[in-house]
Write a protein that binds this ligand. Structure first.
Ligand SMILES: CC(C)(COP(=O)(O)OP(=O)(O)OC[C@H]1O[C@@H](n2cnc3c(N)ncnc32)[C@H](O)[C@@H]1OP(=O)(O)O)[C@@H](O)C(=O)NCCC(=O)NCCS
Length: 145
């Protein structure tokens, strides 16, 4: 597995409500976006909507963004454990081209229906949609009926 092979999937436009008192991007907004991005990535990789954030390593905000900037977030899986998935994240400013932050380890844990860690059975990254949970399908069918 190549940990540098990050795919930048999501872009955000920095708006007034995302700013801190310094007039730059509020760290809490960025962390919320990263956690959501990581949750979606984990759900797709583990095929389970019950994947929860367990651990984030050091976060060093090396640069920021201003209102009107566009940032992009990227993640890649670096380790498939028995019940966990470890990812690496990067966020960069598309306007200034500066790195905003990188996080070496974000760990998500795969849970069963009782909220207990459960083996996910995967060892490699999927680049397809083959693991997207299908449990929502009956609800979609109900809506369409
Ligand atoms: C997720 C949770 C069920 C895990 O419970 P736990 O008792 O730590 O479970 P385990 O000891 O079986 O560990 C589960 C996995 O997490 C990994 N893990 C546990 N603590 C870790 C840590 N500090 N850092 C990295 N990985 C860790 C373990 O290595 C294991 O992975 P593996 O099976 O791939 O080897 C529990 O900690 C929890 O509910 N936490 C709150 C999660 C949450 O709600 N997050 C949202 C933010 S509030």
């Amino acid at each position: 597995m190549e940990p540098n092979d990050i795919t930048f999937r999501t872009r955000k436009w920095v708006k007034p409500e995302d700013l801190n008192a310094n007039g730059t991007l509020f760290g809490g907004s960025l962390l919320r976006w990263i956690d959501e991005e990581a949750a979606i990535y984990a759900i797709v990789q583990l095929g389970n909507q019950r994947a929860v954030t367990k651990y984030m390593s050091e976060i060093n905000f090396v640069s920021s963004a201003e209102q009107g900037d566009i940032i992009e977030m990227g993640l890649t899986a670096t380790h498939f454990g028995r019940t966990s998935l470890t990812m690496r994240a990067q966020v960069r400013n598309m306007i200034t081209r500066d790195l905003i932050l990188s996080i070496d380890k974000i760990v998500f844990v795969n849970l069963d229906k009782d909220g207990v860690p459960a083996p996910h059975g995967f060892t490699e990254i999927t680049y397809d949609r083959d693991r997207i949970p299908t449990t929502v399908l009956p609800r979609i069918r109900e809506r369409e009926a």
